[in-house]
Ligand binder design. Sequence first.
Ligand code: NAD
Length: 368
Amino acid sequence: MTAPSNFVWDQAPVRVVFGAGKRAQVAAELDALGRGNVMVVTTSRSRARLDDLALGSRVVDVFDGAVQHVPEHVAKAASQRARAAGANVIVAYGGGSPIGLAKAIALEHDVVIAAVPTTYAGSEMTSIFGITTDGGKLTGRDPRVKPQLVVYDPQLTATMPVPLAMTSGFNSMAHAVEALYVENGDPITSTLAVQSITALGHALPAIAGDPRNADAHAEALYGAFLSAWTLDNASMGLHHKLCHVLGGSYNLPHAPTHTIILPHAIAYNEAGAPDAIARVAAALGVSNAASGLFELIAGVGAPTALKDIGMAEADLDDAADRAMQRSYANPTPLDRDKIRALLDDAYRGRPPGGKTSSVTPEGYQRSE
Ligand code: NAD
């Protein structure tokens, strides 16, 4: 290992409670936090299971209208409800969408957030927010939106259907991969990123093979927790930029888009960050990170082609132009033609960087 050079270590406090069945402790944890007026922000699907949290009379309102990408009108409606109910804590129960909505409320009101995630998306550990307005998606960082309490219960993520668990898991892995090669990385974040990739790379095929494997669910959620941590502690590069363009401009589904792009972004960055990409390969136990990950994704039946999740071939040129629009740090310099070629491979489901694959993807049906 190379000796670490300079870095800054600056962490906002967060209490993380991890373990099977720990959702039963959310109420006691909120009491310890000294916040008694709870507004729950969730989706109609998760609302049906809200009794699991046993929050009792602490709940002053439940808003179950969370949807992807936090539309501004939904954020406003939820904020008004939080004010009217006199909420001083928002319990975000569900995936990245309810957690994102809780963050939008925290930008408007003096509330803290307690998150109980049910996917691997990772928003629960970050100070990053996003709100979609008529003019596009506004994103930023603000310490007010970072949850102070996170309760991870693998029994909650175990209810994800396997296709959702796979794409959510690869979405999570993407945070850890990019944390390994960005400019502001640090040795602690890198160590956790490697652990995260190892855990997810081991657990996801185990879940695909046996969806009732409780140990695999716990390992995947642990990997997701670590990757969420890396997302908060490192800026991101080409992979996240491309996914932001594809999701924001063509409304492609978040987690499947990350899943498809990740092997291609790794191949692109092999030249600029060979050591980091070698660490990804070692964490996955493969000789080549990009093709090894592509085969892992195809092997668990997750999507490998943008054409299967709603991308139009006619938009590929526009997507390459948009990816070049704002300059951002990336280990391999941005090149419009190479990005266009990357998108072409990703669109068609070809292995990354022209590498051959021993796995033939069987095709993927969009389920949401
Ligand atoms: P999501 O919250 O929209 O959930 C996806 C689908 O899964 C929904 O239909 C939901 O009802 C269902 N679902 C959730 N948990 C389930 C479970 N346990 N069992 C069965 N179904 C379940 O999507 P997501 O992928 O969790 O999050 C994506 C959103 O999060 C995007 O808007 C993305 O931008 C945001 N995000 C933000 C950050 C951040 O730091 N701000 C980080 C990651 C993702």
